[in-house]
Design a protein around this ligand. Structure first.
Ligand code: F6P
Length: 301
């Protein structure tokens, strides 16, 4: 929009997209409010092309920008798409189910080396503010321990639990850690990276620090796998394709109704419309009951 680059999306052009991930029009998380004249240029493009409505598909950053553009008078509708599943007002975002499946497959495969070589395998997944991917894939993959941003961890307690497990004769352990997990204050230090246009530090790498600590404190051989963008690519699951299709149809209906400033959302299995502002702002964190009332029972078991 800022550069005025367009791709006509006819039905013909969209054939064959169901099994594809990512974006086919080359959009990325750009913040027009951080680009010189960005909002004015984007608005001018829409006007010039006679675009009736802007459908923004993305996570907190994209939909946050969409909400601001709506305030500037642009007819906007939001569709919740992020592997992180951290948007409020929707029970699920599309992309999440696929990422959980990829992470679960990876954990299943890591069990082989953990068991054959009696190693601790630390698997890092995405999740900046919320640990949905870590929690779901950790439960599904039978992780020994799941570390998420919502629950600052104590490295001493993590090592004690691994040691208790070894004493019981269980020498293979999988620790799943979300990229945004943080140690309890003063227990371990992390290095921080570059900041993007939305003010987010580039994450990725906590698993390395964690593995060094675990190996140093316990003496158990500890190896690292960082899944990174593997979680964000490839073929979407059938569930995600159906959810995305339902959201897409609902977004078009919303445009036809002229009901702008809304995000389509999943609530109690039904597609509903909520104000865009309800979806963004505060991240949707993991259900504490799923962490404390389910996952935790299996930690270091
Ligand atoms: O918001 C999705 C997400 O995958 C986050 O989990 C992750 O921190 C971020 O995007 C990485 O973004 P980028 O590829 O732009 O560094």
């Amino acid at each position: 929009m800022i550069d005025g680059e367009t791709v006509p999306l006819s039905v013909e052009a969209l054939r064959g997209t169901l099994p594809r991930g990512g974006t086919i029009i080359g959009t990325s998380r750009t913040n027009p409010f951080k680009v010189d004249g960005g909002v004015e240029r984007a608005t001018a493009t829409l006007k010039e092309l006679g675009v009736d409505a802007l459908i923004a598909i993305g996570g907190d950053d994209t939909l946050g920008v969409a909400a601001k553009l709506f305030d500037q008078g642009i007819n906007t509708v939001g569709v919740p798409k992020t592997i992180d599943n951290d948007l409020s007002a929707t029970e699920l975002t599309f992309g999440f189910d696929t990422a959980v499946q990829i992470a679960t497959d990876a954990i299943d495969r890591l069990h082989t080396t953990a068991e054959s070589h009696h190693r601790v395998m630390v698997c890092e997944v995405m999740g900046r503010h919320a640990g949905h991917i870590a929690l779901w894939s950790g439960i599904a993959g039978g992780a020994t321990m799941i570390l998420i941003p919502e629950e600052p961890f104590d490295i001493g307690a993590v090592c004690d639990a691994l040691q208790r497990r070894h004493e019981k004769g269980n020498y293979a352990s999988i620790v799943v850690v979300a990229e945004g997990a943080t140690p309890k204050e003063g227990t371990m230090s992390l290095v921080s990276g570059e900041v993007d246009q939305f003010g987010h530090v580039r994450l990725g790498g906590i698993a390395n620090v964690l593995a060094t600590e675990i190996e140093g404190r316990t003496g158990y051989e500890t190896r690292v796998t960082i899944l990174g963008h593997i979680q964000r690519g490839g073929t979407p699951t059938a569930f995600d394709r159906v959810l995305a299709t339902r959201f897409g149809v609902a977004a078009i209906d919303t445009v036809h109704d002229g009901d702008f400033g809304k995000m389509v959302a999943l609530q109690a299995g039904e597609i509903v419309r909520v104000p865009l502002t309800a979806g963004v702002g505060a991240p949707k964190l993991v259900d504490p009951q799923l962490y404390h009332g389910v996952a935790e029972y299996f930690f270091a078991g």
